[in-house]
Structure formats: structure tokens, C-alpha cells
Design a protein around this ligand. Structure first.
Ligand code: NAD
Ligand code: UGA
Length: 434
């Protein structure tokens, strides 16, 4: 089976490599020439654990290739996936679909024989039908079906998520398209991964509803963390006690500095916008967005308070910049909201991140010191802020850290540590909701 993946980003590259691993012949097409050149030389443009090996193995086996030539790739394809970005449109929160429709037009002009065009990008309800219209209008003679196959992988564990999904959602309108997609995903039958077949609109909405619900769990526990701080309760214990109820589940109840990343922030905004456009309320998700923004602001106040009321002229070591560990992605990372606020009030920042510093640099204020080691970052610091829970930061030598620091403040925004351990090292410990 010949598969084309339009867009070789976090989703396109991982999905393309995994489909190749399943046995399909996959061409990943991207319009960024440097990206395609790098991939052809075996260099991976993003940091995602395991991806380099997976790409190398499938490229060597001749099942995975990279191209900027969309036309030739599409002409030979049975299935064409659209995996381009759908960022927030400036000003109104709507998902910007210009890349999706541009890809659809290009695809249309190059279709040969029956082809299924599949939306993998996260797109508002109705987009697949609009893609169908664009294809028909651009190439009235083309023989095609449109399908929706939203992606649920997480960055940092993308390959595992793709290979062992909780479910695969297929929004289809024809048996022929369904059969081709089922054939592509057939290797997952071995692990009995459920395949849910729906109409196009439901598949599109499942994706936004799932992301918004996960974001709701996070904002819920973050709001509880505030109540815990006022009442003396421990949010970790509260989350554990809630999570033991199977109806609630223990996942996505980890209090922290607010959710970030390329999806929850944009997808919650887009869902609110979709609801508005259809004249229905979306009050829960609106509150989720508000709580998330206030959680980030609360973290700035927390750091200030831990420093005795002012961050001016204080040297703050920040451990972790990316929105979560095991990725270099800085899109909507909490650090992008928290660090500028600290810098504005005169803090001096020494930052460390295992993978994200190159991405972070152009997005953060000037004057931040980027450190090659944890030791360099914490030396002479008045405070250490643990921003992202990379493994490297989970087992810090606290005695050595306390010795290297000038001050004694440790602010743990991910609740990685326990207070007694910090006290033993002579550190004043602040965390979230405890
Ligand atoms: P990305 O920005 O990492 O990658 C998109 C790629 O598409 C870029 O390399 C870009 O150059 C390329 N592109 C754009 N238009 C093109 C065209 N016409 N022809 C060829 N290439 C083109 O984006 P991403 O993070 O992979 O996200 C893609 C979609 O998947 C989004 O809708 C997102 O919401 C969704 N999604 C993302 C994740 C995630 O973890 N990142 C998970 C699930 C779903
Ligand atoms: C998320 C979803 O988990 C994926 O299912 C989805 O496919 C993807 O968005 C998407 O649509 O792009 P991702 O953004 O990669 O995946 O990462 P998550 O692990 O979900 O974390 C998102 C944010 O929430 C991070 O900032 C993380 O630190 C935060 N988070 C997560 C918490 O603060 N608490 C938690 O309990 C869980």
C-alpha cells in the first residue's frame, strides 16, 4: 500500500515512520526543503525518543522516503494523509486552516486513480467536508473519498502511543475508504486495539472533546491545588484519592504550572470558537482556559513570595523550559509566560533544559543565561525553580545543590520532591498545592 504523509512534523513524521513499520510504503512530503534534506541524511528535525532509530530502520528497508515533490508522491498514493499544522488563528481563537486547504488544493491537482484523502490534523467539525468540496472543485474528475483519522499521540511518548493506541478513530463515508484504512491499521489487530468507525463530524469532534476533557482534568486539579494551599490539604493526596475511583481515573490529575504544548492551549480555544459559531455555550472549557492562564500567573506570584516578596536582582536557576519532558517543543510552554514576568521585575535567569534551549532562545527575553549543565545553572542562585520534570531533575544531589547556591529557595512547580528531603538539605521548599 502506498501512503503519503503531507507534513513531516511531530505528527506526520511519527505517523509516517510507524505506518512504514507496519509495512506500508510511505513518502513523507514537507515543503521545508531543509527539513526534507536533513531527513534524507538521517537527521531528525525534532527531538522525539526512538524516532531516529525507527526512521533509519524503515528508510534503510526502502519503506520510508522523504520528498518535497507532493505531485509525484500523490499520483502514486492509495492514501494521502494531511498532517500539517492547525495553529490558532491570530485574534479570534479559531484554528487556522490555511495549511490544510492549501494542501488539499495541491493534492487535488495531482490525484491519479482512486485515492483516500485523510485528515490527521486536528481540525474543526466540518473541515473534512470542506476539504471534499475543495478537492471536487479543483479536480472535478478525480476519484476519491475523504476520511478523518484524528491522532491522539503525546509528544515524548509518541511512538509508543501510536503503536499501542487506546483506540483508532476512523471517520468515513464509504466502505472502500474504510477498508483501505482498516488494512493500513491491520497490524494493530494483533494487540486488539479498538477501531471506532464514525461519521466525519463525530471523528472531528472526538479529537477536540478528548483534548478539552484532558485539559479540564488538569485545570480542575490545578484549581484544587489552590484550595489545598489555603486549607492545608495536600493536592497529591487529593489526586490520589480521587484517582482511585475507577470512574475518575488517576491520569491527568497532576497539579503543576498549567498545561502547555502545541495542542491543549490551541484546541481548547478552537473548541470554544466552534461552539460559539454554532450558537451553543462552552462554559466549562472557557473556564478551563481561564484557570490555566491564572495558574501560570499564580506560579509567578509563588516564586516571588518564596523569594521574600521581590524577584528584583535575584538570580533564579530554572530547570526545564519545554512544556513537558522528552521533547524539544516550546509551543505554549508555561516557561514562556512565567520567565518574561520574572525578567520584567528584574530577576536574573540562568536556564537549563536537556533538549529545548535552541527552541527556547528566540522565544524568551534577551539576557537569559543558557547553561550547559545543571551545576552551572544553580551556582550562586538565590532560588531554583523546577519548571519541567525531566528525569535529570528528579534525582538531584540536593546537598551539593544547596552548597552551590547563594540562597536556599527551591520552588518545585511539578511536585517532584518531598519536603523532608529538602529540609535535610537546608532548602526552603515551595511546591504546588501542598
Ligand atoms: P508541525 O508544525 O510539527 O508540522 C507540520 C509540518 O507540515 C511542517 O513541517 C510544515 O512545513 C508542513 N507543511 C505545512 N503545509 C504543508 C504543505 N502544503 N505541504 C507539505 N508540508 C506542509 O505540526 P504537528 O505538531 O505535527 O501538528 C500537526 C497536526 O496534528 C496539528 O493539527 C495538530 O493539532 C495535530 N496533532 C499534533 C500532535 C502533537 O503532539 N504535536 C498530536 C496530535 C495531533
Ligand atoms: C496531548 C494529548 O495528551 C494527546 O492525546 C494529544 O494527541 C495531543 O495533546 C495533541 O492533540 O497534540 P501532549 O500535548 O503531547 O499531548 O502532552 P500531554 O502529556 O498531554 O501534556 C500536555 C500538558 O499538560 C503539558 O504541559 C503537561 O505538563 C500538562 N499536564 C499533563 C499536567 O499539567 N498535568 C497532568 O496531569 C498531565
Amino acid at each position: 500500500m502506498n501512503v503519503v504523509m503531507i507534513g513531516a512534523g511531530y505528527v506526520g513524521l511519527v505517523s509516517g515512520a510507524c505506518f512504514a513499520e507496519f509495512g506500508a510504503r510511505v513518502t513523507c512530503v514537507d515543503k521545508q526543503t531543509e527539513r526534507v534534506d536533513a531527513l534524507r541524511q538521517g537527521r531528525i528535525p525534532i527531538y522525539e525518543p526512538g524516532l531516529e532509530d525507527l526512521v533509519a530502520r524503515n528508510a534503510a528497508a526502502g519503506r520510508l522516503s522523504f520528498s518535497t515533490d507532493l505531485g509525484t508522491a500523490v499520483a502514486n498514493a492509495d492514501l494521502v494523509f494531511i498532517a500539517v499544522g492547525t495553529p490558532t488563528r491570530r485574534g479570534d481563537g479559531h484554528a487556522d486552516l490555511k495549511y490544510v486547504y492549501a494542501a488539499a488544493e495541491e493534492i487535488a491537482a495531482n490525484l491519479v486513480g482512486y485515492t483516500v484523502i485523510v485528515d490527521k490534523s486536528t481540525v474543526p467539525v466540518g473541515t473534512a467536508r470542506e476539504v471534499q468540496r475543495v478537492l471536487q472543485k479543483t479536480n472535478p474528475d478525480a476519484d476519491f473519498d475523504v476520511a478523518s483519522n484524528p491522532e491522539f499521540l503525546r509528544e515524548g511518548s509518541a511512538i509508543g502511543d501510536f503503536m499501542r493506541p487506546d483506540r483508532v478513530v476512523l471517520g468515513v463515508e464509504s466502505e472502500r475508504a474504510e477498508a483501505l484504512l482498516r488494512e493500513l491499521y491491520r497490524p494493530l489487530n494483533l494487540i486488539e486495539a479498538p477501531i471506532l468507525v464514525t461519521d466525519l463530524e463525530s471523528a472531528e469532534l472526538i479529537k477536540y472533546a478528548a483534548n478539552a476533557f484532558l485539559a479540564t482534568k488538569i485545570s480542575f486539579i490545578n484549581e484544587m491545588s489552590q484550595l489545598c494551599e489555603k486549607t492545608g490539604a495536600d493536592v497529591n493526596a487529593v489526586a490520589k484519592g480521587m484517582g482511585m475511583d475507577k470512574r475518575i481515573g488517576n491520569k491527568f490529575l497532576h497539579a503543576g504550572p498549567g498545561y502547555g504544548g502545541s495542542c491543549f492551549p490551541k484546541d481548547t480555544l478552537a473548541l470554544n470558537r466552534i461552539a460559539q459559531e454554532h450558537g451553543v455555550s462552552s462554559r466549562i472549557v472557557e473556564a478551563v482556559v481561564e484557570v490555566n492562564a491564572s495558574q501560570k500567573a499564580r506560579m509567578v506570584a509563588k516564586i516571588r513570595e518564596a523569594l521574600g516578596g521581590s524577584e528584583a536582582d535575584k538570580r533564579i536557576a530554572v530547570l526545564g523550559l519545554t512544556f513537558k519532558p522528552e521533547t524539544d517543543d516550546m509551543r505554549d510552554a508555561p516557561a514562556l509566560a512565567i520567565l518574561p514576568a520574572l525578567v520584567d521585575r528584574g530577576a536574573e535567569i540562568a536556564a537549563h533544559d536537556p533538549q529545548g534551549m535552541a527552541e527556547a532562545r528566540p522565544l524568551l527575553p534577551e539576557g537569559i543565561q543558557y547553561c550547559d549543565s545543571i551545576t552551572e545553572a544553580v551556582t550562586d542562585a538565590d532560588a531554583v525553580v523546577l519548571m519541567t520534570e525531566w528525569n535529570q531533575y528528579r534525582g538531584l544531589d540536593l546537598q551539593a545543590l544547596a552548597k552551590a547556591m547563594r540562597g536556599d529557595v527551591f520552588v518545585d512547580l511539578r511536585n517532584v520532591y518531598e519536603r523532608p528531603l529538602m529540609q535535610q538539605a537546608g532548602l526552603r521548599y515551595t511546591s504546588v498545592g501542598r
